[in-house]
Design a protein around this ligand. Structure first.
Ligand SMILES: Cc1ncc(COP(=O)(O)O)c(C=O)c1O
Length: 452
């Protein structure tokens, strides 16, 4: 009889050869015993260790809005949800042309088309930190860039240093890979600068990488040049490479300067992660990148080859978006970026000035990105145990949903997304004020002082 040998070639081409070898089916009785008697399909250890704290917290909350008030969600870091911040026509046109060209329907190299890599390199290259195509890896969103960067720098048992409060994905990825996470503190009273002493105290011989997120989610803070120099000094003294999450790069308010980290570095090797999601307002297009900055050849070819190998696990980002990149990066008019920034600044100012006069709340004015953090003086709100209960009841009574900052490892704060339409922001602030007035209790000492 014939037996068939099936050979899978790369990307799904499948050849079937028939051979005329006679086969005998001899079943070894010992082997029969090892066959499973019943089904037992269990989730892998990795899947069990993969935890998104935002989901874990939000799914555990009782979010039942007040039926008399329309819901206002100030929790979603997606600038497209309300339709008030469309991307630029140039960006849409670039995408349409890429589709109509019929040139971008196939597989691209796993690190992206060479031409598209060069376009990104030219966009970000500067004399102090020059880049060319080989220094760019295109990824599926900034999230995959972060995943590749952590994967290439760390082994199970190593640790990474991440900001607190900070974007939760770093921990989600690291823990699922068996990498320990050490949180370094950001200081709200210093506009969320890094507590550098604390940062340095966490470093040990297993520290594989320092993650710096600037501008910051959830703080909306932007580090000064001086502060970035100090961060680089810590990394340099301890020989720790940096993963710079700069997805909000250039999204800073007028009067404030965004300084990418790499041009300031004389020796520390840096993987800078970014993408189209925020600045170009198309998070669903899933286009991100890693910029490899290694002027002193510390990463060398080994880290570059490691990144290429890891990128081959899943073939890079959508090829149509890669085809549109040149026009998106080079032709989007400056007025588009300015328009987004002035909207974000104006909404941040409304939110900040409204909430800073609410007894019991302490908002911290941001300088960029899309967020504002608000401190809660929990001792004045005895009705609630913590920020999670506070924000849960804010939904029940006022139909306003803000993310409790416990989701960013920072209790007693909540985060507001400032991309919502202005009238919604104003209405939300009015409702938050009403909610706080209802639940605010002066401490007995305060009320005693008031009596005098
Ligand atoms: C700080 C930070 N880094 C990375 C990302 C992920 O970006 P992307 O949607 O391109 O994967 C986000 C998304 O919210 C973010 O806030």
């Amino acid at each position: 009889c014939f037996s068939y040998v099936i050979i899978y070639l790369h990307y799904g081409v499948c050849l079937i050869y028939a051979s005329s070898v006679r086969t005998h089916v001899n079943v070894d009785p010992a082997k029969l015993k090892s066959l499973r008697q019943r089904w037992s399909v269990k989730p892998s250890e990795m899947s069990k260790k993969t935890l998104n704290p935002i989901r874990a917290i939000v799914d555990g909350m009782k979010l039942t809005p007040n039926p008399e008030k329309p819901m206002i969600a100030l929790s979603i870091g997606d600038p497209t949800v309300f339709g008030n911040l469309p991307t630029d026509d140039t960006v849409l046109q670039a995408m349409k042309e890429a589709i109509d060209s019929h040139k971008y329907n196939g597989y691209a190299p796993s690190v992206g088309y060479q031409k598209s890599r060069e376009v990104v390199a030219d966009f970000y290259s500067c004399p102090e930190a020059p880049l060319d195509g080989k220094d760019v890896i295109l990824t599926s969103g900034c999230s995959q860039a972060i995943e590749l960067a952590i994967s290439v720098l760390c082994n199970p048992g190593d640790n990474i240093l991440v900001p607190r409060p900070g974007f939760s994905l770093y921990k989600t990825l690291a823990v699922s890979m068996g990498i320990q996470v050490k949180h370094y503190n950001l200081l709200p009273e210093k506009s969320w600068e890094i507590d550098l002493q604390h940062l340095e105290s966490l470093i040990d011989d297993k520290t594989a990488c320092l993650i710096v997120n600037n501008p910051s989610n959830p703080c909306g803070s932007v580090f000064s040049r001086e502060h970035l120099h100090k961060i680089l000094s810590v990394a340099s003294r301890n020989c720790i490479p940096i993963l710079a999450d700069e997805i909000y790069g250039d999204m800073v308010f007028p009067g404030c300067d965004f300084q990418p980290l790499a041009p300031l570095s004389s020796d520390v090797p840096i993987l800078s992660c970014g993408g189209l999601a925020k600045r170009w307002l198309v998070p669903g297009w899933r286009m991100g990148w890693i910029l490899i900055h290694d002027r002193n050849d510390i990463f060398g070819t080994a880290i570059r080859e490691g990144l290429v190998k890891l990128s081959q696990r899943i073939l890079g980002p959508c090829t149509v978006v890669q085809g549109a990149l040149e026009s998106i990066l080079n032709d989007t008019p400056p007025e588009f970026y300015q328009g987004t920034i002035s909207f974000l600044k104006s909404n941040s100012e409304i939110c900040y000035s409204e909430l800073s006069t609410v007894p019991g709340l302490n908002p911290v004015m941001p300088s960029g990105a899309m967020y504002i953090m608000v401190g809660i003086e929990m001792e004045h709100f005895p009705d609630f145990q913590n920020d999670v209960e506070f924000t849960e009841r804010l939904v029940t009574e006022q139909s306003v949903f803000c993310l409790p900052a416990t989701a960013f490892e920072y209790p007693n704060f909540f985060r507001i997304v400032v991309t919502v339409p202005e009238e919604m922001m104003i209405e939300a602030c009015i409702r938050i004020r009403e909610f706080c007035a209802r639940h605010y209790r002066p401490r007995s000492q305060d009320s005693h002082e008031l009596d005098q």
